[in-house]
Design a protein. Structure first.
Length: 388
């Protein structure tokens, strides 16, 4: 089946964070919203059909996890990532961020040190600070348009930490960490006995020519000292369902975390959470996903080619995974405040301020390119005019 990603859907008035939330955040309604990490594509028909079918039984009562849900997860992880997972290793969480928040409270105590690698998805900082843990920021290094780990600094900074919160693939840079990099990271974690929470929510969205590397597969230590958090929400455009899961192969780790989740009564998903995932994790889902990623790749190519040709002071960090593009605007020579004003007040674009991703994000803006290609044309027309 061929899918139409050029279709324009009007999201205004649907309580969309991306569309309606932009007005509240920027106090104006003339911005093209390319910020929040969901897509402007229609959620796949086979997912919507599964939800509609469930709605035909007009009782939305308390629901169990459907038989076969964890088997669907295990089968998908093997097919998509060659990761052999026993279905008993899989547990439900209402979201990746919430899962990591619970992990911090389960496995650490107030005052414990927790490392994040910056720049990174902003909630990483909030989760550590708001839980009363001590935030340790390990800066990534930008080389040739890609973020890299500084392993000497990592070894220095990780000492004394209880947990490392890993973003894999890296957000906002879209970097897929190599197996060799992840093995080095695992060795350092083993040296200090550090537990790893690996946020792999963008794992399924590796772009053509790339493959994702699961951190928990790179060593025995990584396998036994990692809780991996994943979801179908990003890849299949259904984050509003509040559905994610964790994978933990170590029985002691898994038992402790499961008991903590159950103590909060957060092991129950909503009535649509499980059936939507099971509909997505099929051959039809993989076909839809690959077509979507090919479309996103064309948007990235257009963005990069046009900016190189007409707006060369901006550099595109080409993502290896996901539909998020970090734009390096440092050559414009603007303060961060004026950079944001350029995009908002001059170009009338709503993007993510790079500074919100922590140290290393200054001078950058993050753009979501999971939209019909005409949105990309309009966005770059606006930006080019603003730069004049």
């Amino acid at each position: 089946m061929l899918y139409d990603f050029d279709e324009i859907l009007d999201r205004k008035g649907t309580d969309s964070v991306k569309e309606d939330g932009a007005k509240f955040l920027w106090h104006r309604d003339d911005l093209l919203p390319l910020w929040v990490a969901d897509m402007d594509f229609r959620t796949a028909s086979f997912i919507m059909d599964a939800i509609r079918s469930r709605c035909e039984h007009e009782v939305l009562g308390y629901s169990l996890h459907p038989e076969g849900w964890s088997d669907s997860v295990a089968a998908w992880l093997f097919r998509r990532h060659a990761w052999k997972v026993d279905s008993s290793w899989v547990g439900f969480v209402p979201g990746v961020v919430l899962g990591m928040a619970m992990g911090l409270r389960c496995f650490t105590s107030p005052g414990d040190k927790v490392m994040v690698q910056s720049p990174v998805y902003p909630p990483f900082f909030d989760l550590v600070k708001q839980s009363g843990r001590e935030l340790v920021v390990n800066p990534l290094v930008l080389n040739n348009g890609l973020f890299n780990m500084d392993f000497d600094a990592l070894r220095r900074d990780l000492k004394g930490c209880k947990v490392l919160m890993l973003c894999n693939p890296q957000n906002p840079g879209g970097r897929i960490w190599s197996r060799e990099e992840l093995r080095q990271l695992s060795d350092i974690c083993e040296e200090y006995g550090v537990l790893v929470f690996s946020d792999e929510i963008h794992a399924d969205m590796f772009l053509p020519g790339f493959r994702h590397n699961v951190f928990a597969t790179v060593s025995d230590y990584a396998a036994s000292h990692t809780i991996t958090f994943l979801s179908a929400s990003k890849a299949f455009n259904m984050p509003g369902l509040g559905s994610a899961y964790f994978v933990a192969s170590d029985e002691k780790l898994r038992t402790q975390f499961t008991a903590f989740i159950e103590s909060l009564h957060l092991q129950y998903g909503n009535v649509f959470a499980f059936i939507a995932l099971m509909a997505a994790y099929t051959d039809a889902g993989e076909d839809w996903l690959n077509q979507m990623l090919n479309y996103v790749q064309r948007n990235v190519d257009y963005l990069d080619n046009r900016i190189q040709k007409s707006m060369s002071a901006i550099k595109v960090m080409r993502p290896q995974s996901s539909f998020l593009v970090f734009l390096d605007c440092r050559e414009l020579g603007l303060s961060q405040e004026n950079l944001v004003k350029l995009f908002v007040d001059k170009a009338h674009l709503a993007l993510n301020d790079g500074a919100t991703f922590g140290p290393g994000g200054e001078g950058f803006m993050r753009m979501n390119v999971a939209s019909p290609s005409c949105f990309m044309v309009e966005a770059l027309d606006r930006l080019q005019e603003a730069l004049k």
